[in-house]
Design a protein around this ligand. Sequence first.
Ligand code: PGA
Length: 246
Amino acid sequence: MKFFAANWKLYKTPSETRDFFGKFLEPASKILNSDTQTEILFFPPAVNLEAAVQSTKGFKVQVGAQNSYFESEGAFTGETSAQTVKTIGGTWILLGHSERRKLFAESDELIAKKFAYVQKLGLKPMLCIGETLEERESGKTLNVIQKQLSLGLAQANANQPFAIAYEPVWAIGTGKVASLEQVQEAHAQVRAELTAKGYSVETPILYGGSVKPDNAKALIQIKNVNGFLVGGASLDAKSFLEICQA
Ligand code: PGA
């Protein structure tokens, strides 16, 4: 199975969301109908979730939120309810993206709580991990991966599906994609950690960080790369389709 996930960050209005799917869904259906081993998912901004769910009705694509809180309702101003995401038809929740960690001070402990809650609701969390440039240059990459995985999955349920997105922070939105060797090494480490902790061998490990139509083909061939989490290049229907065809 290969997973192609679009992280739209804080881009697109509801009408731009509908426009995107107007262009994307018909050609994407050709891929999805001829290849049952491909899954395509979208993480639009929360205010566009309903537009995304409605526009994709009847198509084999999944929609989810970029973040959610570990309570379904209450006095939590500004948060997104995973329960509501589920109610409107979302199936995935992205958690621990490096922008959430850095700009919104999310800790591994908070991410772990959210992860467990998302699984409890029967939704699928996608946990993002990855090292900063400083951590890579000081030789700490594999330690960071191990630590983020072990803390982020501290309350995970091994019997419920989830995904990992390995995204080196220095490769996100920079145009600097990790080398094939760096991706191979990191994904092998993630797979080894997951296996050692008893998680399913089917748990997908996605690569993210400046994935573009012209580097997707080489990256998808790497062992333990089960798909991509794509930011910038997923905003345009044509370029994301090309990546999904990789
Ligand atoms: P990018 O973003 O593809 O624009 O580098 C990836 C991400 O932040 O998930």
